[in-house]
Design a binder for this molecule. Sequence first.
Ligand code: COA
Length: 162
Amino acid sequence: MKIEIRQARAGDLSEILRIERASFRTPWTELHWRYELEKSESRILVATVEGRVVGYVCGWVMGEEMEVANLAVDPQWRGRGLGKGLLKALLERALEEGVREVWLEVRESNQTAQKLYASLGFSPVGYRLKYYPDTGENALVMRLSLTEVPEILTFSNKDKRR
Ligand SMILES: CC(C)(COP(=O)(O)OP(=O)(O)OC[C@H]1O[C@@H](n2cnc3c(N)ncnc32)[C@H](O)[C@@H]1OP(=O)(O)O)[C@@H](O)C(=O)NCCC(=O)NCCS
């Protein structure tokens, strides 16, 4: 089985949308995704199995900071390390382009995603109260500093930074 993580392209849109709609209560629209795929700050990676998109991650890079804006894996492909692999690949690439701090918001109830983020070194730093308009749920804000490269990121250029 050939699993690959690569940069997203316009032709991935329909598969991304299928996963997006299967994954979120308030999915990003097609228009939003088209914009993301063109925006200069967006870094979007997809995971493919035998050429078929089964997950994606989207980050927004602003200088030395990045926000992880979206992450989802096809429900049929969850629990096999793809989500973690996608985020790890995004972090490695961000590090290479000079990002030193990464932020994200996650629903307070989304324990699965929180565990994934914690497993890559993210720490909770606070809450945004009633952040999600669809349910009024709080967002947990998590942060990862990349000034000390976490061991888990097998960053190929690690020695260059010393
Ligand atoms: C969150 C999501 C992307 C995880 O993707 P995934 O490919 O299933 O995750 P992985 O298999 O890479 O698991 C990575 C870690 O996440 C945690 N995790 C994954 N599935 C879990 C589950 N069902 N229960 C608890 N923790 C879980 C574990 O810590 C796991 O590490 P481990 O296997 O070493 O224990 C996926 O569940 C998803 O698409 N959910 C819906 C969309 C979403 O919530 N996105 C995040 C928005 S902030």
